[in-house]
Unconditional design. Sequence first.
Length: 153
Amino acid sequence: MLKVQHLCYKPELNETSPAFLKKQTLFPKGCLGAWEDGQLCGYVFSHPWRVGEIVPLHTDSYAIPTDADCLYIHDLAVDPNYRSKMIGQAILKSLFDIAAEDRWTIFALVAVQDSEPFWSRWGFEPQKGFEYVPGVKATYMVCRGFPFFKPHC
């Protein structure tokens, strides 16, 4: 997963192994991957959280809040060599199927690297722009209701 993370994100967004592992293990059923020929080509991990609160990067010192009211998508990454295969959509569909079983109806995330249009196609709406880490602009986005992908017309 670290290899895929490094292929997808600016160095400022790459988390340390302990921070990355902590975020993955908070909610195991919200951590999914896609493989082709034994190679991890994409992943997503998510966990319950509170709407309006941003999960900080580069830390492993937090826990799922007892009053969580949304499913927070912390990371979706697809190896650039596999992006034309719609792997991101397939991983998210699987994640949203799990979320439906658990009755999550609100979803939140931080969009980075100009990914807002992708997330908007899933029904996420921008809430606020901010600097996630020094020099990296981001947008906090929320989807109320079940996300579904809207292809280009």
